[in-house]
Structure formats: structure tokens, C-alpha cells
Design a protein around this ligand. Structure first.
Ligand SMILES: Nc1ncnc2c1ncn2[C@@H]1O[C@H](COP(=O)(O)OP(=O)(O)O)[C@@H](O)[C@H]1O
Ligand SMILES: N[C@@H](CCC(=O)OP(=O)(O)O)C(=O)O
Length: 371
């Protein structure tokens, strides 16, 4: 067994994400048999001593039939209404299904704001920790009913990667209607199956579609791949597998595509800063500044900044971009947007004493790659 699959089997705290297409019937309503099949496997993993957090899509899909809507609506208001009806059905279905094993579920509905704001992030962490300490199975979804376009995570794959980090999970399982990652969409082309991903170079040529065949899910393989890379590059091994293979996925992990944990696990604060926090502005860096902050992990000084965008206050999170506009890092800025333009391009010794400080201190700065 590969070390990654071994880590997936031995993980003591896991996040499992299941997509809408794996929970519904061909007609589109919730399929209690598929849901029970998933819960059987989750309960079996729990029985081995693992803590399990489930991130489940399916609220919108589950709300369509009761409302007499034939297919996933495009407009936000109808999606929100469907999610309102469907989330209740989904939560009820999970509660009854887990009750077969005398397991209690706790519902956690999150909006992007809950991870973007530092105080909310901590609050969400406390809630999960208490739910797990009380031996429940938290069932998570985006709070679609109140999430507007601007504050949406948009896809539950990313939400699952964020939750995995937030709760300090040891493994993430992404379940879908396809049995593994391929180098192209296996429904459309003769694609090669990928068993193990050791690092970015193994997924370089992969073409991941953006919309699944079912028309019920949101992101297709592209969001799953991005979520798998986000989690694995921050120290969490990931298994991408078919929901129909969930018993094997959670016992032997000898199915699907395994993504090795590469980067070291970031502290919750640095992960939040790098991948979750909302940015209030952008600082444009010259090449020397990019090299200093990204490669030498130095603080950002005013001399290396060429331009400033946005309305931010000292203490806000901003994006640091290179001259082509690619985001290279994120950090907490020490000046506000009104004060900073007068300082940029100047070395510290040219500035008055009260302004001689780092614009973004190295401790408050996280280099990032795009996912
Ligand atoms: N490179 C790829 N490897 C595997 N599947 C892919 C790839 N590109 C696109 N797909 C498609 O993505 C679909 C899964 O996405 P989706 O239906 O959104 O899943 P879910 O509802 O589980 O989130 C698969 O059915 C498959 O046809
Ligand atoms: N939050 C939405 C699902 C969003 C989503 O990412 O769906 P999917 O691609 O099926 O995982 C819902 O419950 O309907």
C-alpha cells in the first residue's frame, strides 16, 4: 500500500464530501438508498474510532421535486428557495439514516463570511470541536438560502478543503460520480486514469471539465482538482473516488486517485490568511520585491511597491501581485489605502521615522500559488 493510501486509512479525523449527483435518483430527487449506502460506510469508519465530518451537497437538488421544478434553476432566488426546502429534507434524511447506528448528526451551514472573517473562523472552529467532542457527526453545507452571489463559496469541493483545514483533519475524501481523476473527461474522450498524484507535475496536463454530466452539481472535476490540490499542498492527503466505492474508499483506500500531502500543514491563521480571508485591496510589486517576499520570505517594504488598488485600512488583508497581475502572496497590510501611495517607491531611510516600518511584515505574509 502506498504511504498516501496508508495515511488515508489511518487518519483519525476525516472530512468526506459528497456531491449532488451521488445522492439523487435519475429523476433528480433525493435517493434514500444511496444516502443509506453512504451512511453505512461512514458509520463503519466511525466504528473504527475515526471522527467523521460530512460535507454534503444536494440541498438544491432535493428541493426541486417538492417544488415541482423540473431541473436545476439558473436564477439565484429559485436556487435559494429550492435549497431552503431541500436542506430540511437532506438534514432529516441524514438524521434518520445515522439514527440506524445510534449516531447523532449536527447541521452546520456556512457562508464564505464564516471563514473570511478571522473572528468567525475561530467561532466555526470552536463549534466543530465541540460537536466532535460530543461524538456527533457534523453535516456541513453552504448556507445557500442566505448566500448571495458575492458571499458564496460557490462549490462544496472548496468548502470541504477549507473545512478539512479548519478542523485539523488528517484526510479528505472527495466522492463523486466518477471513479478517479483522468487526464481528460472520461465521458468524452479516451482518457488515462491517474492513480497517484505525488505533486503538481502529475496533474500538469490534466483537462478537468467544469460542469458535470448530471446537471445537478456545480463544479465538475475542475473544482475537485483545485480542492484536492489546496488540501494536499497544505499537508492533508486526499482521496478522490466514486461514491459507489465509498466502502472501499473508507476502509482500504485502494480505489480512486490518491493525492499525497505535499506542503507542510500551515497554522490555522496562515491557512486562513492564504486561502480563505477576503482581500480588501491589491499591492503591485516589482520583480525584486516578488523575489524577496516569495522566495526569501522577507517583509514587504515600500520601495518594492509600484501601485496600490482598493480601499483598505491598516490591519486588512490584501493581495500582493506581480507586474503581470498574478497573485503571489497575501498578507496583513500595516498602512491604510490613503497613507500608502505617498510612500511607495521610497526606501525606508527616505521616510519619516513614524512611517519607517514594513508595509506587510513577514509574519503576516503567506506566499501562494494559484489553484
Ligand atoms: N479530468 C477528469 N477526470 C474525471 N472526471 C472528469 C474530468 N473532467 C471532467 N470530468 C467529469 O466531472 C464529473 C464530476 O463532476 P460533478 O458532476 O460536478 O460531480 P459532483 O456532483 O460529484 O460534485 C464526472 O462525471 C466527469 O464526467
Ligand atoms: N450547496 C449546494 C451544492 C453546491 C455544490 O458544490 O454541488 P456539487 O457540485 O454537487 O458538490 C447544494 O446543497 O445544493
Amino acid at each position: 500500500m502506498s504511504p498516501t493510501r496508508k495515511a488515508l486509512v489511518e487518519a483519525s479525523r476525516i472530512v468526506v464530501k459528497v456531491g449532488s449527483s451521488s445522492l439523487t435518483t435519475a429523476e433528480g430527487g433525493l435517493d434514500p438508498a444511496r444516502l443509506d449506502y453512504l451512511v453505512d460506510a461512514l458509520a463503519a469508519r466511525r466504528a473504527t474510532g475515526s471522527q467523521v465530518v460530512l460535507v454534503s451537497s444536494g440541498a438544491i437538488a432535493a428541493g426541486l421535486a417538492p417544488l415541482g421544478i423540473p431541473r436545476r434553476p439558473r436564477d439565484l432566488a429559485t436556487q435559494q428557495a429550492a435549497a431552503s426546502v431541500g436542506q430540511l429534507a437532506l438534514a432529516h434524511a441524514y438524521a434518520s439514516s445515522f439514527a440506524r447506528y445510534s449516531l447523532t448528526v449536527g447541521q452546520v451551514l456556512l457562508t464564505a463570511d464564516d471563514v473570511v472573517r478571522r473572528s468567525h473562523y475561530r467561532n466555526a472552529q470552536r463549534t466543530f470541536s465541540k460537536l466532535l467532542a460530543l461524538d456527533t457527526v457534523p453535516v456541513v453545507n453552504e448556507n445557500d438560502t442566505v448566500a448571495t452571489e458575492e458571499i458564496r463559496f460557490g462549490d462544496n469541493d472548496r468548502l470541504a478543503a477549507l473545512v478539512a483545514h479548519l478542523i485539523g483533519a488528517d484526510a479528505l475524501f472527495l466522492l463523486s460520480d466518477v471513479d478517479a481523476l483522468y487526464d481528460g473527461d472520461p465521458r468524452k474522450v479516451a482518457a488515462r486514469r491517474i492513480d497517484e498524484v505525488a505533486g503538481d507535475s502529475d496533474v500538469d496536463g490534466v483537462k478537468a471539465g467544469t460542469q458535470g454530466e448530471s446537471g445537478l452539481g456545480t463544479g465538475g472535476m475542475a473544482t475537485k482538482l483545485a480542492a484536492a490540490r489546496l488540501a494536499s499542498s497544505s499537508g492533508i492527503p486526499v482521496l478522490l473516488a466514486a461514491a459507489t466505492d465509498v466502502p472501499q474508499a473508507l476502509t482500504t483506500a485502494e480505489v480512486g486517485t490518491a493525492f499525497a500531502a505535499t506542503g507542510t500543514r500551515l497554522s490555522a491563521r496562515r491557512f486562513w490568511l492564504g486561502h480563505a480571508a477576503g482581500a480588501a485591496g491589491r499591492l503591485w510589486l516589482d520583480d525584486g520585491a516578488v523575489a524577496a517576499v516569495v522566495h526569501r520570505r522577507r517583509s514587504l517594504l515600500s520601495a518594492g511597491i509600484t501601485a496600490v488598488d482598493g480601499e483598505f485600512d491598516a490591519g486588512d488583508v490584501v493581495e500582493l501581485v506581480n507586474l503581470s497581475g498574478d497573485v503571489v502572496a497575501r498578507g496583513v497590510v500595516a498602512f491604510d489605502a490613503v497613507e500608502l501611495p505617498a510612500l511607495i517607491g521610497h526606501s525606508s531611510h527616505e521616510l519619516p521615522a513614524e512611517q519607517r516600518r514594513e508595509v506587510v511584515h513577514a509574519d503576516d505574509l503567506v506566499p501562494i500559488r494559484s489553484f
